[in-house]
Design a protein around this ligand. Sequence first.
Ligand SMILES: Nc1ncnc2c1ncn2[C@@H]1O[C@H](COP(=O)(O)OP(=O)(O)OP(=O)(O)O)[C@@H](O)[C@H]1O
Ligand code: SF4
Ligand SMILES: [Mg+2]
Length: 433
Amino acid sequence: MTDLPPEHSGIRYTEGELERGEEHADHTVQGDSSSHELPQFKVEGHAASVLDPNAKPILEVRDLRMYFPVKSSGLIRRTIGNVQAVDGISFQVPKGGSLGLVGESGCGKSTTGRMVTRLYEPTGGSINFDGTEIAKTSARRLKPLRREIQMIFQDPYTSLNPRHTVGTIVGTPLAIHNVVPKKQILPRVQELLEIVGLNPEHYNRYPHEFSGGQRQRIGIARALTLQPKLLVADEPVSALDVSIQAQVINLLQDLQKEFDISFLFVAHDLAVVRHFCPEVAVMYLGKIVEIADRETLYNRPNHPYTQALLSAVPDVKQAAIGGRRERIRLQGDVPSPINPPSGCRFRTRCPLAQEICARVEPPLLQVGKRHKVACHFAGELGNHPDRPVTASLLGVDDTGAPDAGASPAANLTNEPGFADTWFDLERKTMASA
Ligand SMILES: Nc1ncnc2c1ncn2[C@@H]1O[C@H](COP(=O)(O)OP(=O)(O)OP(=O)(O)O)[C@@H](O)[C@H]1O
Ligand code: SF4
Ligand SMILES: [Mg+2]
């Protein structure tokens, strides 16, 4: 593997850091962690990915939905149900920033990424990219926008055509989009290979002649070809050896700074997301259950699912479980997205679930300056309220039955981003900065 040039410096993972994260992060949120008493992760140098609260969003997703039809067998294949892979999510990615999207396998992360890049046409909702609505835009009108949103795929082995040379793989987008004259394609390909830390003379080699990490660098070079404004990185390092993961993450951070690229960073590894993304959204069964700035999400998660996820990650375990060392073990499997539970989708595995959870879906309520959570009993671990914090806002009683005397709050919307006012969970009133 060619080393990165010295100017590609900045925040650095050490390989050991990622190694520990990989070894212990467990996206099934099950298993024993009694021996996981590891030192805190440390980041060398300065944090590269810092939240800029004033940055304008480059991507704004509102109430996005993707339902895949389930067909009956037989000659006449009728639609008999839907896989509700993504069901009404809203979020923003700031210009030059990165939003992490985490959650267990099957929660809808890749589907979200594929809708944003318009590999899938959403069933509903809107995707506003840099001022343009793209959720339902036709393929012809999408073509110029495709240059600006690119994707890095999870598996560097299957995402590169084995019959094409690296030069063809990286150079094809340049030719399709007429970005540079034909004669300049090769020099541009070589320049890109150098940028991602590969030998520019290897442009005529085939993917199988490269290691996994090198192939992922080829995938990154291809994604960079058209100078995108937004990169959707779908688990870009999870198929790689832990030692190589560190190099690729560092490369992505360097590229983000150098080319001012915004990232939607999909991962199940909370340790990786923590370093890369100043804001993180946690998904469960097609919904966002909590979204917050990094410090809040990792140190003071309010949703029982986020608390369980974090208790399985060694570097943040202490903060997430309030000094106790046990991992929070969730019972049972993730339910089917074809027939998700009523009310709160997490209720079948939630240790705090009560009657209201089955009756009423909890809204994604803003509870801090940059913190939203979807739970009737939202609160820090060990400090969850006894009565639902959402009841009066929703106009229901503590069991979730309609309360004739209550006046529901008008501002429980599913808007992306954060408002200037929020619901203070401790004081049970609205607060502002
Ligand atoms: N093309 C499809 N047709 C039908 N169902 C699909 C399709 N793509 C995804 N799904 C279903 O949608 C749900 C979400 O899948 P998705 O791939 O988005 O999950 P994910 O969070 O990326 O999981 P992983 O961490 O395993 O990659 C899953 O239940 C999956 O089976
Ligand atoms: S709403 Fe109820 S079931 Fe859902 S996470 Fe909160 S306590 Fe658990
Ligand atoms: Mg996926």
